[in-house]
Ligand binder design. Sequence first.
Ligand code: SF4
Ligand SMILES: [Zn+2]
Length: 396
Amino acid sequence: MALSVRPKPYFIPEYSLTGDLLAFLTCGLQYRYHNKGALPPSTPVQLWFGEFIHGVLEEAYLRWGNNFQLRRFPWKWGSDIRDIELEIDRRLRSKGLYPPPGLFCPYTTSTTSQGLCPNMNHPHKLIASQRTEAAINTWGQHLFPLISEAEVRLKGSRPMPKYKKGISRSNYYGITGVIDVISSVNLLMAPRGNLIVHNIHNHEEMQKIINNLSSQDYEIIIDYKGMRRPSFSSALWHHHEWQVLTYAWLRSQQPQSRPIVAGIIFYINELASSNEDMEQLVTDVKNNQTDIMPSGQDLQSILKWNSRKKLPSLTQPFKEQRSIRIIPVDNNSIQNSLNQFDNVVSNIESAVLSEIGGSSIVHSWPTNPQQRNCTACDFKTFCPNPAPHRYTPTVP
Ligand code: SF4
Ligand SMILES: [Zn+2]
């Protein structure tokens, strides 16, 4: 009697938009070591602040919804915001994420040691706290009343690019993402004086999209980024656009969705810059490589600044404009972003197949040597191609 052979299980590789696709675009080899090897990064500055600001804004929204007293702005850091920060810090610690030194003071007035702070006068409003306060008081008051859903998990599937029967791992791949916030706006009842609605309605491309709407209601996808506004000539600038447009595609597949007209990215660091953020802004301004250029006093202060000086104080309208990025959503741009991510999946899949076929990790995965990423990369001492030079291992 011939025994039947059990067929191979049907398997669809699933990719997270930020955790896989954007991480691979940053550097394929680093992504491989972090994600496929499940090793956490040792200095996750970007990761910590990104998680922190997401948690704080979400908790602030919940408290705003539950407590009528908090419907007035500005919120005070000591009495309204500090408790939220400590709560989020506790949650992140339970996941193994600790604030990097100099970014956040985790202590209270009763702490009797200096810890990593400049002195014992806790709590200190260090830069992470300056940013949370600025984000809540600049955007929270306009954003919270527009929120219809927060932390929206989305999932979709697409045909596997360059599929080859018997060679490719699957004929489809899954794509997942979490939208920070979906805002719902009714054209006739849009709140007056709302800075976000004002920015949308005064954006040239947006006016055409809104005029062509067949319904009164529309949606805006919102994403918070714990970083500065990238230069428009950087790869990151495009990656963020593809991410938001892909969210728009995933959201449009949900039956309860309404027409999505725009994505908004809030670059939170623009509200309170670090020295490094300011150095990059100076470079972008000198090279004319940013879409929101300073003028008047802001321009003078930026051009005169150098890293030995105190950070310049820039005007609030300039900081607001730099911290909000509007990405109009239309079918052509969605299609383009999906094609871009198909290419990324195709590249990841071919690296996986190369490794399965016996090639070494460093030969299978592409590197993307960029000084900013490489200096903070855990794998730079054995990476074959780090920037700006090779690194030798040092004893801790
Ligand atoms: S050192 Fe740079 S190129 Fe090498 S793995 Fe790290 S980020 Fe990638
Ligand atoms: Zn402190």
